[in-house]
Design a binder for this molecule. Structure first.
Ligand SMILES: Nc1ncnc2c1ncn2[C@@H]1O[C@H](COP(=O)(O)OP(=O)(O)OP(=O)(O)O)[C@@H](O)[C@H]1O
Length: 255
């Protein structure tokens, strides 16, 4: 196991009326590709916001690279692509290059100059998501999946160690979901980027991930993805809140 990059200790979170998270303990290590899965309203987005320091837990502690989240200053080490990235105003006349370059703003500040090698950095980021041929296109002229790749390139331009994605395949048509997850797998394996994502595509994502966390207010399972198959029906029911039936897609295809 790689060194721990994100540690959550006894995290709980309460919105005014709703208990969203209860006593979450989770360690994400260098090199992990973790999918957080769970039914609607199970606290997935809340958990990501707590990791990113956008919400302060009601109780518990978050450590990023060994430091408490409020003392962690190297924000560029964690890239984030929110669920709403591709609801960006696509009528806005920005090229793919401009969108990716804007990922450096948090590093340079609004009124600072971009570094001299910015064009090379943009090219590398676009290449790593398979979009280098689209650099001069208008972002509004791309498909949902292509736009999402550009937003990932924007997150990658500051060379993060960790990439956090909230439902990145919303807006990606089903035939492109597989190649989208292959691209994330490539970033994880070849560029050594630790990936944490929230998704509902349990089946499509399962070929790419190393770990899975099943969340429904509490963590009902966290471990290697092949161990998830050993969850008992009782554990599955407790997780989902109602009876669930396991479907083996492999045997469905064979029979
Ligand atoms: N800003 C908020 N104010 C009050 N309650 C909220 C707020 N955001 C989320 N909640 C509630 O907290 C719970 C967890 O919500 P969260 O968005 O984290 O779930 P989720 O698993 O990401 O859901 P989905 O899969 O539907 O996106 C839900 O019951 C939700 O209604």
């Amino acid at each position: 196991m790689g060194s721990p990059l994100i540690n959550l200790h006894n995290i709980s979170y309460q919105y005014e009326q709703t208990k969203a998270l209860i006593d979450i303990n989770l360690t994400i290590a260098e090199g992990d590709f973790l999918a957080i899965i769970g039914p609607n309203g199970s606290g997935k987005s809340t958990l990501l916001k707590i990791i990113l320091g956008l919400l302060k837990p009601t109780s518990g502690e978050v450590l990023l690279f060994g430091k408490p989240v409020n003392q962690f200053k190297e924000k560029e080490r964690i890239g984030y692509v929110s669920q709403k990235s591709n609801s960006f105003n696509t009528g806005f006349p920005a090229t793919v290059t401009e969108v990716v370059r804007s990922g450096l703003v948090k590093k340079t500040g609004l009124f600072h100059r971009y570094p001299a090698n910015v064009n090379k950095q943009v090219r590398q980021a676009l290449k790593s998501v398979g979009m280098d041929e689209y650099s001069m296109k208008n972002i509004g002229d791309l498909s949902g999946g292509q736009q999402q790749r550009v937003f990932i390139a924007r997150a990658l331009i500051s060379n993060p160690n960790v990439l956090i994605l909230d439902e990145p395949t919303v807006g990606v048509d089903s035939k492109n979901v597989k190649s989208f997850y292959n691209m994330l797998s490539h970033l994880n394996r070849e560029h050594n980027i630790t990936i944490v994502l929230v998704t509902h595509d349990v089946d499509a994502v399962s070929k790419s991930i190393s770990h899975v966390a099943c969340l429904n207010q509490r963590i009902h399972f966290h471990g290697f993805k092949n161990e998830m198959d050993q969850m008992s029906d009782e554990q599955l029911e407790a997780w989902y809140g109602h009876a669930v039936r396991k479907v083996d897609h492999q045997s469905e295809v064979k029979s």
